[in-house]
Write a protein that binds this ligand. Structure first.
Ligand SMILES: NC(=O)c1ccc[n+]([C@@H]2O[C@H](COP(=O)([O-])OP(=O)(O)OC[C@H]3O[C@@H](n4cnc5c(N)ncnc54)[C@H](O)[C@@H]3O)[C@@H](O)[C@H]2O)c1
Length: 415
């Protein structure tokens, strides 16, 4: 029987789930009907937000298997921390294999795994469970990125030649929860956490519309990373305090600045270049996403802080610190850029709409676990490059078993 409307269940009730819930007001043909999280009260809060937004009447479950088994749930959005990926996916597939529940698809937040082995296992499990798979890389769905790509490839590329250089950067002042800072839990530092966006968005812009990712072949990659800010005693102490004493950046830092240069060949053998920069030590109004694409006679530029809305508050406005202007906001006074609708601007609305429409049509989403695996391969190649201080050439022997030193708690640029 073909479904006309999907019931969606969320795993995790934190920061990104709240973003997805707010985006859902722009998503048709699906309701948020379930939430499960490690702490029940957080799941109840997220359910209340969903009801307030009128995007569904979610039930809060005591276990993931109970949510999967509920006939109301057709698809799952995995939005729990990186270190839970495999246990969560195994429980979904195990529940289905025991004949409890029927799912059409699963969508998973970035990164798909903390290393290639985990990401590959996620793909295998989705296939084992007979599930359609969506990789939640929102930035390739950002309206400015999609529209920029469409214009370049429709007007510029046919007359003057394809684009050959893509630059992408994601920078902010550091993640909101202690587990992100811990290499073993998150998989790495800013390289793993944010370069996953940049490499995929840049690759997407350089790929002709409608063509598969195989049209671009990675040839070599050079990366650099270090810890610029958060290893200094003052900032290391802040991290220790915020984590109840657990995070130790003097002994066990993760990189807070990372860049990569990737050389690709297209189907004709022409050289293409991707340059990415990511940082957890950027201080500005808030999160800054930039994207640039260059070809022989054209260019595209996106900067999310060039917002259409600016507000000014004089020094007399002494309000509380918040994130009501912009994600990862750093100040409340002066002239501030405000993004009127971050859920739209960062791509969450179009991302979720695409996933839902693909699942309803019984079609694999265009951004799927194979893409997530590919992104992880690029990121692990980047860690290899910085550890070996050399350019890495593809294909890379031993990539599947590679775990970065930062994820093993053995990386320290000051030693
Ligand atoms: N696309 C993006 O730009 C973006 C932005 C932020 C986070 N993310 C990704 O989303 C995921 C979650 O990040 P976040 O910022 O929401 O983290 P968070 O720490 O704010 O929230 C995580 C939630 O998962 C719950 N949880 C923990 N273990 C669980 C388990 N075993 N089962 C069910 N729930 C569990 C926690 O209680 C919490 O509610 C991460 O993988 C992160 O990389 C993506």
């Amino acid at each position: 029987m073909t479904k006309k409307r999907l019931g969606v269940g969320f795993i995790g009730a934190g920061f990104i789930t709240r973003f997805h819930l707010r985006s859902w007001v722009g998503v048709r043909d699906a309701d948020v009907l379930g939430i499960v999280s490690r702490r029940r009260e957080r799941a109840e809060e997220a359910a209340a937000l969903a009801r307030e937004l009128k995007v569904g009447e979610p039930k809060v479950y005591d276990s993931l298997s109970a949510m999967v088994a509920d006939p109301a749930i057709d698809a799952i959005w995995i939005c729990s921390p990186n270190y839970t990926r495999l246990e969560v996916m195994e429980e979904i597939v195990d529940t289905l294999e025991r004949g409890r529940g029927e799912l059409i698809g699963v969508a998973c937040e970035k990164p798909l795994g903390r290393n290639v082995k985990e990401a590959r296992r996620m793909l295998e499990l989705a296939q084992k469970g007979g599930l359609l798979d969506g990789y939640l890389e929102n930035q390739v769905f950002a309206p400015a990125v999609m529209r920029g790509k469409e214009l370049i490839w429709r007007r510029g590329a046919p007359l003057c030649g394809r684009p050959y250089l893509a630059r992408a950067a994601e920078e902010h002042s550091g993640p909101h929860e202690p587990w992100f800072w811990e290499g073993s839990l998150q998989g790495g530092g800013v390289l793993n956490d944010m370069m996953c966006h940049s490499v995929e968005e840049a690759r997407f812009m350089l790929t002709p519309p409608g063509k598969p990712r195989e049209t671009l072949t990675p040839v070599k990659l050079t990366a650099y990373a270090t810890c610029l800010k958060w290893q200094h005693p003052h900032y290391a102490r802040l991290l220790r305090e915020r984590s109840g004493g657990k995070t130790d950046y003097e002994q066990r830092p993760a990189e807070d600045f990372a860049r990569s240069l990737i050389e690709y060949r297209d189907e004709k053998g022409d050289m293409l270049v991707v340059e990415t920069t990511t940082s957890w030590c950027y201080v500005g109004a808030g999160l800054r996403l930039t994207m640039e694409l260059f070809g022989p006679e054209y260019s595209v530029m996106v900067n999310t802080l060039d917002s259409s809305l600016r507000v000014f508050f004089s020094r007399q406005v002494k309000g509380e610190a918040g994130e009501d202007f912009i994600e990862k906001q750093n100040a409340e006074t002066g002239l501030m850029p405000v993004i009127p609708c971050e859920e739209v601007e960062y791509g969450y609305v179009d991302e979720n709409r695409h996933m839902i429409q693909s699942f309803l049509a019984g079609r694999r989403p265009e951004e799927n676990f194979s893409d997530g695996l590919n992104v992880t391969e690029l990121l692990m190649a980047a860690y290899m490059s910085l550890e070996q201080e050399r350019t890495i050439e593809f294909p890379i022997p031993g990539l599947d078993d590679f775990v970065p030193a930062v994820a093993r708690g053995e990386w320290n640029p000051r030693k």
